[in-house]
Design a protein around this ligand. Structure first.
Ligand code: GRF
Length: 196
C-alpha cells in the first residue's frame, strides 16, 4: 500500500479476514505518516521513501518501484498518497493498482474533494474506487457508493461519514482485484462471479 496520511484505510484492509495477512508492506512519502505506525503495529514492513532524495518524479518513481519489488508486491493500493505518480510506475502496474477518492468521480477530483463538494452545495457525494491510469483521479471505476451531505455538515463531519463508507468499500474492491474478478473494457469495469 502507498499512503501519506493517517492510514485508516490501511487499517480496514489489515482488519479484513481475507486481506489482512496478504499486505506485503506500506510505503509512505511522509516519515510521520500514521499509516507507517499502523503497519509497524501490525508487523507489516513499513518503508519511508523520501522524495527529497530524488531530483524528479521519475527518479522517485523508480525508488518506489524498487521498494515494491523488494516487498514482492503483486498489487498496489493507494490511500491518500499525496504525490502524483510517475507515468512509468503507473504503466508498470496497469490493471493492478487501485486508488480510493472521497467523491463520486468525475465530480471533484484533486486534493480537496470534500471541501469542494460542500462548497458546490451538492446533496449527495460519496466514494470512488478506481484503477489508476496516467491522469489524476481518472482511471476506470471499480466501485462507487453514495454518501449524503446533511444540514450543518462541515468538512470534518462529512469526511468522517465518507470514511466510514471507504472502510467497507475499499476491502471489497481490493478483494475483487486480487481474486482476478475485474474485467476492464475501456472505461468500464465488469465484476465477474457473484457475491463479494
Ligand atoms: C481518504 O479519505 C482517501 O479517500 C483519500 O485520502 C484519505 C486517506 O485516509 N484519498 P486514510 O489515511 O486512509 O485514513
Amino acid at each position: 500500500m502507498l499512503a501519506s496520511g493517517a492510514g485508516s484505510n490501511l487499517q480496514a484492509l489489515l482488519d479484513d479476514d481475507v486481506l489482512g495477512s496478504r499486505i506485503a508492506g506500506v510505503v509512505s512519502d511522509r516519515e510521520a505518516a500514521g499509516a507507517l505506525d499502523r503497519a509497524r503495529l501490525a508487523r507489516v514492513p513499513a518503508r519511508y521513501a523520501n522524495p527529497m532524495e530524488h531530483e524528479d518524479r521519475a527518479s522517485f518513481g523508480r525508488s518506489v518501484s524498487a521498494v515494491l519489488d523488494e516487498l514482492r508486491a503483486t498489487h498496489v493500493v493507494l490511500a491518500g498518497f499525496m504525490r502524483i505518480l510517475d507515468a512509468d510506475l503507473v504503466r508498470a502496474w496497469e490493471g493492478r493498482m487501485l486508488n480510493i477518492h472521497p467523491s463520486l468521480l468525475p465530480a471533484f477530483p484533486g486534493a480537496t474533494p470534500v471541501r469542494d463538494a460542500l462548497d458546490w452545495g451538492v446533496k449527495v457525494t460519496g466514494v470512488t474506487v478506481h484503477l489508476v491510469d496516467e491522469q489524476v483521479d481518472h482511471g476506470p471505476i471499480v466501485l462507487q457508493e453514495a454518501v449524503p451531505v446533511v444540514e450543518g455538515d462541515d468538512e470534518s463531519t462529512l469526511h468522517a461519514r465518507i470514511q466510514r463508507v471507504e472502510h467497507t468499500l475499499y476491502p471489497r474492491a481490493v478483494r475483487l482485484l486480487v481474486e482476478g474478478r475485474l474485467k476492464v473494457e475501456g472505461r468500464r469495469v465488469h465484476t465477474l462471479g457473484t457475491g463479494q
